[in-house]
Design a protein around this ligand. Structure first.
Ligand SMILES: [Fe+2]
Length: 390
């Protein structure tokens, strides 16, 4: 094992070093707490044996620092001290140390204590390896289900992927979402509509308002169908709850349980806002500019108002990205017949002079030049890239 020893008494330090090296461990030695911390924070350690009383950073503080730091692997902490009242021992153990040895100590006993530490470190490592396998299985299962949705219907798969992306972005901006919840929220977005796998194609393309009664009943069963699919896998149960609840509304008019407000977990409120947003754009055909008005109407009714604000923020970014992809600023002297305005031309005061989607003709070109001559507009306008190629 890699063992760090810290003691301000050089004689004890050398004695410990000699013995522990003889037991086939690699030893790092420090004569004070700060040096010990430097080693601990930059070295791959398995075990630390530290004196309690040291100048600067004492042994207990050193142990607490190690415990609270995000160091790779579990480090077994032993404090060696002349302090030996019960209260001292309790304080030490509460501070996150694993073992406590009082001075003067017996080297045979120390050897056994180190052996105990070695067993614990090995068990911790084994546990971590198993956890990694479970984590890997978890993500592989999510990917498998997500692929299944995609294979069943590309549009539904696309919707789920986009919802996962938006939901994750919202979660990352929401002050009450801890980063440990991000993977669950992203997975919830990816699989929220899994209960629709097997539904007839015509239902997937229609808006809910267009579904006849029978289809609507089937549609409304998809959150529970999804829950049933996922709850079969034990480690997907938290996800199955999200799937069940993703059509609940903050006003209590959702389904299947009619939950309202905070009864709906924050993660679910995020996914349902992301899903509504995506539906408005891809199913209902709203453009980025018009969708915000629709979302604002849902504030406090269907959707959590604070989450709507975050979605609106993301919508503005999507709009800008879309513009970057599709629009280009063209200097007025390069404007030619056939180009189409991608943004309205407005007087610097904001008054509309020429609406978006106007096709540039000789007459509109003359008008635009006139506006520029009079100093009403700048020297470039935004056009659709597509119209430039014509
Ligand atoms: Fe849904």
């Amino acid at each position: 094992m890699n063992i760090l020893i810290a003691d301000d008494d050089l004689v004890t330090l050398r004695l410990l070093e000699k013995h522990i090296q003889a037991w086939d461990h690699h030893v790092y030695a420090a004569q004070n707490g700060l040096d010990a911390w430097d080693i601990a924070s930059s070295t791959d350690l398995d075990l630390v044996i530290t004196d309690w009383k040291m100048p600067g950073l004492d042994g207990l503080e050193l142990c607490q620092r190690i415990r609270n730091a995000d160091l790779p692997g579990y480090i077994y902490l032993i404090i060696v001290s002349a302090k030996n009242t019960n209260q001292d021992i309790v304080t030490g153990l509460r501070g996150g140390i694993d073992d406590y040895i009082t001075k003067p100590f017996d080297f045979n006993e120390l050897r056994e204590r180190i052996a105990t530490g070695e067993r614990i470190v090995a068990l911790e490592q084994e546990l971590r390896n198993k956890y990694e396998i479970i984590e890997k299985n978890y993500f592989q299962t999510i990917r498998m289900f997500s692929n299944l949705i995609e294979v069943f219907n590309e549009d539904l798969g696309g919707h789920c992927r986009r919802v996962a992306k938006t939901a994750l972005k919202v979660a990352q901006r929401h002050p009450h979402v801890d980063e440990t919840e991000y993977p669950l929220i992203e997975a919830g977005g990816l699989l929220h509509d899994i209960g629709m796998v097997g539904f007839p194609d015509h239902m997937l393309l229609k808006k809910t308002t267009e579904l006849p009664g029978e289809d609507l009943t089937l549609y409304k069963s998809h959150p529970v169908q999804g829950e049933i699919i996922l709850q079969e896998v034990e480690y997907l149960r938290p996800l199955s709850k999200i799937v069940r609840q993703h059509h609940e509304q903050v006003n209590g008019r959702g389904f299947p349980d009619g939950l309202s407000g905070d009864q709906i977990p924050l993660s679910v409120r995020i996914i349902s806002a992301a899903s509504t947003y995506d539906g408005l754009i891809h199913k209902w055909g709203y453009g980025f500019e018009d969708v915000s008005e629709r979302l604002v109407l849902q504030k406090g009714y269907q959707l959590d108002p604070d989450i709507v604000d975050l979605v609106l923020e993301i919508n503005v970014e999507n709009m800008r990205a879309e513009k970057k992809r599709n629009h280009k600023m063209v200097p007025l002297e390069d404007l030619v017949d056939g180009m189409v305005l991608a943004e309205s031309i407005r007087r610097k005061t904001g008054t509309l002079l020429m609406p978006v989607d106007t096709v540039v003709t000789l007459s509109t070109l003359n008008k635009i030049m006139k506006y520029a001559e009079l100093g009403n507009i700048g020297n470039a306008v935004m056009v659709y890239k597509e119209s430039m190629r014509k």
